[in-house]
Write a protein that binds this ligand. Structure first.
Ligand SMILES: Cc1cc2nc3c(=O)[nH]c(=O)nc-3n(C[C@H](O)[C@H](O)[C@H](O)COP(=O)(O)O)c2cc1C
Ligand code: SF4
Length: 449
């Protein structure tokens, strides 16, 4: 493992007073667009092979192999292909894509253009969350520069055969539009309701045509990969989680912010070496990849932040976005979970009963517990509810409900005593029936006739 210098953040210094937007001229002066020039001399298959060989996995949450995803796009052309760039970034605790767009928009545009060559894409849509006003403006100006310099437009990328148009599409502020098929529906001008799969977007995506959907950070890795190759990429990270990674550190830490390191650093290292240590008290827990992945507990500081260790040793759903919310010893975990679940209850698109009703009931139960009305059976009820929802039990259309489930499961299981203290055993009500002249106690569930 060796992370020696910033890759994705090489143009974005840690010191805020030294940061500036790298517009086209600055970008080119610092080596920008040389990877794209190289890519115009390569075939789409060669580019895809480089990306596959590097082991690059999606940085939007699911960690799926990027090269494999591109390879699903059909080779024969029966109409346009699309690229949907996921800049929705609505997962609580996640703010890394905004940072990349804020200061280095051409890094993303270069990644988009190379991906277009690899996947024979005709139009790229950058789907950006509605709240990112400034970032949408930055992108629009950078895109205009890219048109002016023959990257986008009818002449073809630097005069090559790949002709690419690029547009910014602004969302209206719904979390579910970050889910890739919700995003596509919204892009098509409809309500952002996730679609049943299959068909997968690579076969029938935007407007029914083959579509690649990638996260901003994923695409920003691509120019570096083309320039420096898969072997270099694999010098960073772990065998199954290669490359650099942005960690968005927030919560009770001294230096919240976006930091770059390799995949596979430990949670402890991220808190102490990136975020400047704990603030206001000792470490208690860390939401590791946006709230949908669940929470790492007190004994999990040594867990590695990569796609597998967080899952298998840390008991979470995965690394997610590596948007870390670090919590100190004074945090009320019941209140923290209620906060998470309030978000899910509000943002559920409502198509699936388990997700819509389950999240609403979880919110009601947790609110009652916090208001002093907790019962021992509430914890069983919450754990039963979380087990009923998600793609993994196969009860919902999209992975949103898995997020609700994993947050609830890990918070309650890892901090059971804290929840149990607010949920006392309720006195049992003994049911009786009249038999002759006597009241007879009835065991619960027995036939009372
Ligand atoms: C509820 C939900 C919200 C999501 N939000 C985002 C998001 O804001 N940004 C993102 O890149 N991926 C998000 N994803 C993951 C996308 O569905 C998709 O996997 C990702 O954009 C693919 O890009 P990647 O392979 O480059 O990671 C979300 C998934 C779910 C289930
Ligand atoms: S799981 Fe939830 S958010 Fe996803 S489609 Fe079903 S109701 Fe909508």
């Amino acid at each position: 493992m060796a992370f020696t210098e910033p890759v994705l953040l090489k143009r974005i210094p840690q010191d805020p007073s030294k940061r500036k937007v790298f517009w086209y001229d600055d970008y080119v002066a610092t080596g920008g667009y040389s990877a794209l020039k190289k890519a115009t001399t390569m075939t789409g298959d060669d580019i895809t092979k480089v990306v596959t060989d590097s082991g690059l996995r999606g940085r939007g949450g699911a960690g799926f192999s990027t090269g494999q995803k591109w390879a699903f796009i059909p080779k024969e052309r029966k109409g346009p292909h699309y690229l949907a760039v996921n800049a929705d970034e609505s997962e609580p605790g996640t703010f890394k894509d905004r940072y990349l767009i804020d200061y280095d928009p051409h890094q993303l545009l270069e990644g988009i253009a190379i991906t277009a060559i690899a996947t024979q894409c005709d139009i790229a849509y950058i789907y950006i969350r509605g709240e990112y006003h400034r970032q949408a403006k930055v992108l629009e100006r950078a895109i205009a520069e890219a048109y002016a310099h023959e990257i986008f437009g009818r002449q073809g990328i630097f005069g090559s055969n790949t002709k690419l148009e690029c547009y910014v599409h602004r969302g209206a502020g719904a979390y579910i539009c970050g889910e890739e098929t919700g995003l596509l529906e919204s892009l098509e001008g409809k309500r952002g309701w996730p679609r049943n799969k299959p068909p997968f977007p690579a076969i029938a995506g935007a407007f029914g045509r083959p579509t690649v959907i990638n996260n901003v950070e994923t695409l920003c890795c691509v120019p570096h990969l083309i320039e420096r190759g898969p072997a270099w990429f694999k010098t960073m990270g772990t065998p199954k989680s290669a490359g650099p990674k942005l960690y968005g550190m927030s919560g009770h830490v001294n230096r919240p912010g976006v930091y770059e390191d390799e995949l596979g650093i430990t949670l402890q290292y991220s808190i102490e070496n990136l975020a400047g240590g704990m603030k206001g008290g000792k470490y208690k827990a860390a939401i590791c990849g946006g709230i949908s992945m669940g929470v790492l507990g007190p004994n999990e500081l040594e867990v590695k932040l990569d796609f597998d260790d967080v899952r298998f040793r840390g008991g979470c759903l995965g690394l997610g976005t590596a948007g870390m919310i670090v919590l100190n010893e004074h945090t009320n975990m019941v209140a923290a979970l209620r906060n998470c679940v309030r978000f899910y209850a509000h943002e559920s698109c409502g198509q699936c009963t388990h997700c819509r009703e389950g999240s609403a009931w979880m919110h009601k139960i947790l609110s009652r517990i916090l208001d002093g009305g907790g019962r021992a059976s509430d914890l069983d009820m919450l754990l039963e509810l979380e087990k009923t929802q998600g793609i993994m039990p196969g009860t919902t259309i999209c992975g949103f409900a898995d997020g609700t489930a994993w947050a609830t499961r890990t918070f309650i299981n890892k901090f059971y005593e804290e929840f149990a203290a607010l949920c006392p055993e309720e006195p049992r009500v003994q049911l009786t029936i009249r038999r002759g002249t006597q009241n007879v106690a009835v065991p619960m569930g027995s036939n009372t006739r």
